[in-house]
Structure formats: C-alpha cells, structure tokens
Design a binder for this molecule. Structure first.
Ligand code: FEO
Ligand code: CA
Ligand code: CA
Ligand code: CA
Length: 632
C-alpha cells in the first residue's frame, strides 16, 4: 500500500499540539489490561451487559424481540465460524450457516436502463453509475412507496422488502478507475471525480432477491454536485472563495450515520489528499491551518489540481475552497431533488462517521471519530428535543454544542466544549464559525486525548458507546485509553455518558485489544467498521494486514461474555466496510472495498478468477440460510 499514495488513509501525523496529558500512566495501563485480559471488563466502570438496561424508548421493541426470538437471555452467537485455516483463499469464505449475493458493483447503472458498465468508465456515464470505494451505507425502509420509520419497521415487520439504500464511495485509485497513475485531461479528472461521492438507489425484493428498481429518487452525488452549507459557519468568509464559485461536491465519503428522522449522513474523511499545488514555492506553502489538516504539494497523487483549479491550493482565486470539505453532509434519500447540506455545527475534521442516537430530553446526539494518528473523538448534542426543532422548521444538526473527548486515566472522561465562550479558546478565534472550520486546532487547545486513529463509533441500546481505534504504529508514549506503544493492531474502547448521552462526563473502559486475540482462532487486527445490534452483539469489520495470512474479515462479539466468532473473510487485498440491515435484521448489507487493491492479477471479484477482469468494489447481501437474525 505504501507504494501507492492514493489511499484513503493519510499516513502522516498532523497533531503536533503536544497533548500528552497522561504520560505517567503506564502502571495504570498494566493493571487495566490485566482486568481485561480474560476477555471483558464487565462492570469495570459500572457497565451493565447490553440488553439489560434497555433504553426506555426502546422497551417495547426489546420485548417484541424477546417474544419473537426468545433469545435475549440465551446464547447470542450460534453460527459455525470460519476457521483460520479457511480464511485466506482467493474467494470469500463465509460461515456454513450463511449465504450471500453480490449487488451494485462499481460501474453498475443506478437503475435499470442506465448506462452499462465498461472499463475504464467515461465521465458522463460514471455520473449515472454506482461509484467506487463502497464504504458506509444505510438502508431506509419503504412502506407503500413512502418513507417508513426504521424502528417502527422493526416492530411492525414492514419495510424489509423495499427501501432506499444510500452508500458512500470513499476513494478509487487512478490506476483502478482510469487505468493510469495520473489523469491527462479534465475529462479524465471528471471520471475520477464522478466515481467518488454517494449513490442513492431503490431496492425491492423481486423473485426472492433484493434488486435495483427504477426510482424517482435514485441519484448520484459526486464531487461536482451542488451542495449548500448550514449552521454557524454557513456564509462565513472562510467558506467563500475570491472566484465566487458556488459550493459543490463531497469527497472521500467514509462512514455514515442514519438520523432518527430518516435522513442519511455522509462523512468527508481524507479530503486533504484531493488537493495539490501547481505553483509550489512561488505562491504556495501551507498555512499552519492547512498543515494541521494535512494539505501538501502533491496531495495523494490524484492530480485533479492540474486540470481543475478548484483543487489547486496555489490558485489565489480558489483560496478557502479546501475549507468546504471535511464536513458531515445530510442527504434525504427520499427526495432526489434535495440539495445535500453540509452541517457545519458538527465541525470540520477528517470525519470517519457520525453515529446518531436520541439522548435525554429527546436531543439528537452524534458521536464522531477523526481518523488520524493522535486525533480525537467528538460529540455533538442538539440544542433541544429533535422533534420539537423539526416542528419549528429547524435542523437538529444546526444548533447545539460540539465537544471533544478527554479520557482520564482513572476510567472517567470529560466532554470539552468547542464553543466561543470557552475561556480556554479566548484570543485564538473570532467567532464560532472559525472554531468549527478549525475544530482540530481548537481541540488541541483544550487538551483532548490523542487517540490511535478513531474509526467507527456505534451506540448500543443500553447506552454503551463503542469506538474502534484501528492502530497507531507511531505511538511512543501510551496513555490509559491508548495503552500500547506502538499499537500495531488496534483496540476498541467503550464509554457511557452521564445523562443519557447528553452529559459532559463519562466512564470508559477498553472493550478489547486486538493483539490479545493473536495466536487464537479469534485472531484479528485493525478494527474499523462497527455495529452494536439491539441484542448485545457487536459486529467488527477489519481493514489492515491480518495475522496468519487471513484476508480482511467480519467478526461478531457477544458483548456480555466476550465470545468472538468469525462470520466471514473476503478476498485478498480488500477491506470490509459499511454495515446496515433491513429493519427485521434478517438481511445484512456489507461492502467489499478495493478487492485486490484493483489489481486483476490478484483477484477478479466479483468475477471468478481469470487474472484479467478488473475487480470491482461491491455490496454484499448476507442472509442466514434458515432466515434467522443476522449474527445468531
Ligand atoms: Fe475511511 Fe478511516 O476509514
Ligand atoms: Ca480503509
Ligand atoms: Ca474506515
Ligand atoms: Ca481503516
């Protein structure tokens, strides 16, 4: 991977703030690890097993689930795992209790009748085809052709056969998309840009299988799609360019969120890598702000800046264009005419994902990781009950408080407010908009805890929150929350906030250290995608070099007992991303990203092996052969 810079992961360290608040905690780390070594530290910080402390709002549905499945207090994971010995082949290995289908590979038409896949794609067709780099996604159930509430869908059993699927297209190497390392024309840049972004499609079960159908609301949102800004930074000079060009586009769409009001959140992660500078030295050296966000002369080598001045950091007409990326973007999957909105109140960082839940008083709460070595975990809490805000015509994501996390070494934590009235930020920022545009710099000033690359966050119904810290080979000084130096294989941290997600304190523990699984049948490294289901299962997707020659994989953990089982491994040099289900949890969608790193000599997935066919990112639809709950 290191030989090809067009990766979604930015290899550099950007945080030179010196935030090392817990350098003397090695002893605490050792005792903490001992507690956890046997599996889980249940109760270590007052945690209760998932499913026991059901969210009051969810009480009914849990009882429904109990009655229907009778498994709340029974064993959560019953499937036959994929053993290590079978997990490294050129073709997927999935539990013998499960089966899979492949849908919407890169380049497939968005709906029947659209332009057919061809390689390499032309720019015009690609704007109407599924993008590449499948990542976060969410299923939105429909009933009688209308938007259906997901949780009601769970209770009523409706919306399992028809829905909208919104899916992120994080990145595609030029060698994979264009068949060359660098674009040679604006048309080729456009093809690359159109392969990025988001797809919204309509799925319906026909002849027993979910498939793409014609839709008024299917659409592509890519790097040139008109977008708008809202929240405190909208209209701020930092989001304006001298050229006066209107805001367009979303890029490096990594993980996601699904709001309780039925919209999709797509998160802009390594946006810095798509910018470059054509006039280095004479007119461009990075500002301290650009440096903190990782902008550099050649970016990740996409070469867009050579033909599209918008991405040229040295073009004075497009000053500030880079500030228009790094946001959480809201998309209505049921309105193909809606202009996607960049919600600035949630700050500008390298957003991995946005896990949304409803907190005390009906407030919307969003947990977010900033995936870079030594960067931070954030939380946004809406100003009021989200239903009331919507009734008043406001977005719950436009007014509220953004916080950054400090993990204390005694198992407590604090959410530090990134607000203009915070005295610790006095003198550096002129207004709230500046704090949001440069959220990383504000977080540095507050003494947030530098983490080992925060990837996905997921919220369990018992209010436990899990975050994968995928790895950090450059860590030399441990802290209690990141106890390994270096941390080659990652860990999963867990916390619970005071006041049902809305408080400014929390208690935390380490759920799992991946290194501890090595040499066992449960071996894995580099946790990334996460999903906590309503029964107490935690689904773990990996992205990175797995031990024992395994391909990247998905495991299912029982959060009550610490049991781990491998549900599947996929093909060489891929990555497992994205996770969503139908409301009844009997259909699971996951994504296979960059199979073979795009190299047809390694794999041709989803085509059978021939050594020639270009491999394609794809969505995988997984069901239990007996029709049971996924993960059971
Ligand atoms: Fe896009 Fe941090 O993974
Ligand atoms: Ca990745
Ligand atoms: Ca990721
Ligand atoms: Ca990753």
């Amino acid at each position: 991977m290191a030989s090809d810079p067009q990766i979604e992961e930015d290899d550099d360290i950007r945080n030179n703030s010196g935030n090392r608040p817990f350098v003397e905690v090695l002893q605490a780390n050792i005792s903490r690890r001992k507690v956890l070594a046997g599996g889980l530290a249940l109760g270590a910080a007052g945690f209760l097993p998932s499913g026991v402390l059901a969210d009051a709002d969810d009480e009914d549905e849990h009882q429904d689930d109990d009655e229907k499945h009778g498994r709340r207090h029974n064993r959560l994971i019953g499937f036959d795992p994929v053993p290590v010995a079978q997990g490294n082949g050129p073709w997927p290995s999935i539990s013998s209790d499960y089966e899979f289908d492949v849908i919407i590979p890169w380049g497939e038409p968005l709906q029947p009748g659209g332009p057919a896949y061809q390689w390499p794609p032309n720019a015009e067709d690609q704007a109407q085809q599924i993008g590449i780099g499948h990542d976060g996604m969410a299923f939105f159930p429909m009933h009688e052709g209308e938007r259906h509430d997901f949780d009601h869908g769970r209770r009523s059993g409706r919306g399992n056969k028809h829905g909208m699927l919104a899916i992120n297209h994080e990145f595609g190497r030029n060698t994979h998309v264009l068949g060359k390392r660098t674009p040679e024309s604006l048309v080729e840049v456009r093809a690359s840009q159109h392969a990025h972004g988001v797809s919204v499609i309509e799925l319906k079960k026909l002849h027993g299988k979910l498939q793409t159908v014609r839709s008024d609301n299917a659409r592509r949102i890519h790097v040139n799609t008109p977008l708008s800004f809202s929240g405190p930074a909208a209209g701020h000079p930092l989001l304006d360019t001298p050229a006066g060009n209107p805001p367009r586009g979303t890029v490096n769409n990594c993980a996601n969120g699904r709001t309780p009001w039925g919209t999709y959140l797509t998160c802009e992660e390594n946006f810095n890598g798509y910018f470059g500078a054509t006039q280095v030295k004479s007119t461009w050296t990075p500002t301290p702000e650009q440096d903190r966000y990782g902008f550099r002369e050649g970016g990740f080598g996409y070469g867009w800046e050579k033909f599209d001045a918008r991405f040229d950091l040295s073009d004075p007409d497009y000053r500030n264009e880079e500030n228009r990326f790094g946001w959480v973007v809201e998309i209505d999957p049921f309105d193909g005419t809606q202009t996607p909105v960049k919600r600035t109140a949630m700050g500008r960082v390298k957003h991995e994902g946005a896990a949304v839940t409803t907190g005390k008083g009906g407030r919307a709460v969003v947990y977010m990781g900033d995936d870079q070595r030594f960067d931070y975990i954030y939380k946004f809490v809406s100003a009021d009950n989200w239903k009331r805000m919507i009734r008043k015509g406001k977005s719950p994501l436009d007014e509220g408080t953004l916080y950054v996390a400090r993990f204390n070494d005694d198992g407590t934590g604090d959410w530090l407010p990134l607000t203009i009235d915070n005295p610790q930020l006095a003198g550096r920022f002129n207004d709230q908009a500046e704090i949001l545009v440069y959220a990383r710099i504000a977080a540095d000033m507050l003494g947030a805890t530098p983490m080992d690359r925060p990837e996905w966050v997921t919220v369990a119904p018992n209010q436990d929150v899990y975050c994968s810290l995928t790895n950090n080979s450059r860590r030399t000084v441990p802290n209690a929350a990141n106890p390994l130096a270096p941390n080659y294989d990652g860990h999963i941290i867990r916390w619970r906030d005071a006041d049902k997600h809305t408080g400014t304190t929390f208690e935390w523990d380490i759920f799992l250290i991946a290194q501890d699984t090595h040499g066992t049948e449960d071996t894995f490294s580099d946790p990334d995608g996460l999903w906590a289901d309503p029964d107490g299962r935690l689904f773990i997707e990996t992205d990175g070099g797995q031990k024992d020659g395994l391909n990247n994989q998905m495991l299912v953990a029982d959060t009550r007992t610490g049991e781990l089982r491998r549900l599947f491994t996929w093909v060489t040099k891929d990555e497992i991303t994205g996770i969503t289900t139908t409301p009844d949890r009997r259909t699971l969608f996951i994504n296979i990203q960059h199979p073979g790193n795009g190299d047809p000599s390694l794999t041709n997935f989803p085509a059978p092996f021939d050594g020639v066919t270009v491999p394609r990112d794809a969505t995988i639809v997984i069901t239990r052969k007996d029709g049971g709950i996924i993960g059971s």
